[in-house]
Design a protein around this ligand. Sequence first.
Ligand SMILES: Nc1ncnc2c1ncn2[C@@H]1O[C@H](COP(=O)(O)OP(=O)(O)OP(=O)(O)O)[C@@H](O)[C@H]1O
Length: 257
Amino acid sequence: MLKFNDVTVKFAGLTAISGVTQTVPEGVIYSIIGPNGAGKTTLFNCISRFYTPAEGTIEFQGTDLTRLQPHQVIGLGISRSFQNVELFSGMSVLDNMLVGLHPKLGHNVFSVALKLPSIRKTEAEARSKAADILEMFGIGRYADEKVGNLPYGYQKMVDIGRAIMVDPKLVLLDEPVAGMNAAETEKLSRLLLRLRDEMKITVLLIEHDMSLVMEVSDRIMVMNFGQKIAEGTPAEVRRNPAVIEAYLGEGESDAAA
Ligand SMILES: Nc1ncnc2c1ncn2[C@@H]1O[C@H](COP(=O)(O)OP(=O)(O)OP(=O)(O)O)[C@@H](O)[C@H]1O
């Protein structure tokens, strides 16, 4: 589904990603892990076209993303959530979900202002879809609540729900459980499996919570200092000496546990 071909990203004098080549198969939960500053978010930013690699290509179902604009990437069926929740805190949960659909609807200002029947129908469908997703995420009862009034874990759920509104084929989630408590993390891990199994969405996940990563991932790529140092199933990655060293070197022993 997604192919990184020798991707290198540079910022002034710093090489943030160096020659990463990897294929991500369709229909999986694929995690990218590695110590702080390893280049994980930079890789996401290249997929969603905030950054352009200095070298290499990124193919999504045969299309080279590095030649596209960000909105064209969304049009191909790729959406994302961000490391920090980016919601409109004064708006309701439901309205925030509808904002997720904005890149897809593409209505012109006049048809929206005139509330043409076609727009009303689309809006009704969008509302019903948003309500279904909120229900699936277990936060349906908060649909009319202001997002800013919800606990952080629920806001994060809304953020991810919004990324699902566009019916993506691939969703990029950047540290979705950061700041969540144990119960919320458990809920989210079940949700990730449902995205894969019921909605047939391929999930690309950046996450520091190793127990979550080991539990839900089909495959894992490990990065350190901008390079891919390992790739494989959770069991393979867990016993890879380079991975153990990268994490132990940082004072984290979770990967080796
Ligand atoms: N816009 C930028 N300008 C300059 N340097 C950048 C920029 N974005 C990222 N970097 C640098 O690139 C390197 C990789 O950063 P990146 O955020 O991709 O790491 P990460 O693996 O996602 O880390 P974390 O787990 O802490 O989020 C870091 O050294 C970072 O400081």
